[in-house]
Ligand binder design. Structure first.
Ligand code: ATP
Ligand code: MG
Length: 424
């Protein structure tokens, strides 16, 4: 017999037990985004391959080894998006959203990277990304960070994430630093592993986030980015730090934080946690003032970040025992007796007319009252409505609060108001 076809490794199904968690979390994230006036943008999952090569940089982990790239039937090279910023900038330029305008945008959706699947690292994963265009001051960098801090509070994980911050300066400052760093690394080649040796010329800043402890020790004596910062970047960074201090947001300046993608300049930051094992970066971003122009638009300052939804969900579940997933059913309608099922369905329809936000499920498949109450519990209902032949005849209904067992008989006409009061 042929083997059943299974999902692709590292590409997950999200079942109803997962989606109720995701929906609640997404709801909280979107509510906070709306409270800052950010708008959603929806972008294709597939783009022309050169977009990512140009934006992210040829010598990055993502472009070198993680992209899902294929030729379509016309022979054009396409890539499943590994991140959202490149597509967002492409769309902004294409639709004239950026030049001389302000945009505060967010998106949520799947990204694709060919990585070794493990906890918190998948081949199809989801990011919530935020991108702001047209603002160059450190105040907007600070607002993005303040908004994420508000997310953590709303999700009950604020005590389990910490903020790391750095400035990687202007393109020119980084070029000067690059030379100084390469000169230093060349003198200590013996300590470098193969990966670092390769990166030393192709993308030397990536040596700074090498996981090799010997390399990390060596770097204690290396020239620092901070010493090479240009004055404007230094002022920008000081401004950002002051705004965060005023907002009471704690941070650590991590001189070795450079981020994996080439397009960043000035501000870079990451929110990290120790509660998820080695996949500890929940959210990362920074400023990318050069990217719009590099992708063919007019020079436009920009700053943004992306958050890994799977890691966020894992973190909420790991550290917030009070977190409540979205409830599927508020009210379960129980019916028994001759002709009562039809009356129950009609009652449910009337209630949906009167109170559209109520989540109402009608029992199907019959069963005695005990069985039907058991189903009400299984669905997590707060209230059961019970209809028998007597209730139908009297246009009444028995309302049972399943949390405390209190039961009352009401006229069907009073029902909607009572339920709304019971469920707030
Ligand atoms: P890492 O160092 O963990 O590989 P990254 O620097 O490649 O992360 P970014 O490109 O900055 O990640 O993406 C932003 C966020 O998206 C990450 O902080 C992480 O939460 C999430 N993320 C990135 N890659 C994956 C993946 N393969 N699976 C799940 N989440 C991911
Ligand atoms: Mg990565």
């Amino acid at each position: 017999m042929a083997k059943n076809i299974q999902a692709i490794r590292g590409m997950n199904d999200y079942l109803p037990a997962d989606t109720v968690v995701w929906q609640r979390i997404e709801g909280i994230l979107k509510q906070v985004l709306a409270s800052y006036g950010y708008s959603e943008i929806r972008l294709p999952l597939v783009e022309q391959t050169p977009l990512f090569k140009r934006a992210i940089g040829e010598v990055t982990d993502v472009v070198e080894k993680e992209m899902y790239t294929f030729d379509d039937r016309n022979g054009e090279s396409l890539t499943l998006r590994p991140e959202g910023t490149a597509g967002c900038v492409r769309a902004g330029v294409e639709h004239g959203l950026l030049y001389n305008q302000e945009q505060r945008l967010w998106y949520m959706g799947p990204m694709f990277r060919y990585e070794r699947p493990q906890k918190g690292r998948y081949r199809q994963f989801h990011q919530m990304g935020v991108e702001v265009f047209g603002l160059q001051g450190p105040d907007i960098d600070a607002e993005l960070i303040m908004m994420t801090a508000r997310w953590w509070k709303a999700l009950g994980i604020a005590d389990h994430v910490s903020l790391e911050l750095n400035s990687i300066g202007s393109l020119e400052a980084r070029a000067a630093y690059r030379d100084a760093l390469v000169a230093f690394l060349e003198q200590h080649k013996d300590v470098l592993d193969d990966d670092c040796k390769r990166r030393m010329y192709s993308n030397p800043l990536r040596v700074l986030d090498s996981k090799n402890p010997d390399v990390q020790t060596l770097l204690n004596d290396a020239p620092t980015l901070a010493d090479h910062l240009d004055d404007d970047s230094r002022t920008h960074f000081q401004g950002l730090c002051a705004l965060l201090d005023d907002a009471g947001i704690a941070y650590t300046i991590n001189q070795r934080l450079v981020r994996g993608l080439d397009y960043y300049n000035r501000t870079v930051f990451e929110w990290v946690t120790t509660s998820l094992g080695s996949q500890g970066t929940v959210c990362g971003g920074g400023r990318y003032d050069g990217l719009v122009e590099q992708l063919g638009g007019r020079a436009t300052p920009a700053v943004g970040f992306a958050m890994g939804m799977e890691r966020l969900v894992l973190l909420v579940q790991a550290v917030n025992p009070e977190f409540e997933p979205t409830r599927i059913v508020d009210v379960y309608v129980i019916a028994s007796g001759q002709g009562v099922q039809s009356a129950a369905m009609q009652l449910a329809e009337k209630l949906r007319d009167a109170a559209p936000q109520l989540k109402l499920m009608t029992n199907f498949g019959g069963g005695n009252f005990k069985k039907q109450f058991a189903r009400a519990d299984k669905w997590g209902a707060r209230v059961a409505l019970v209809l028998g032949e007597d209730e139908v005849a009297a246009s009444q209904v028995v309302v049972k609060d399943l949390r405390n067992g209190v039961q009352q008989t009401l006229a069907q006409s009073e029902l909607a108001t009572t339920l709304q009061a019971l469920l707030v």
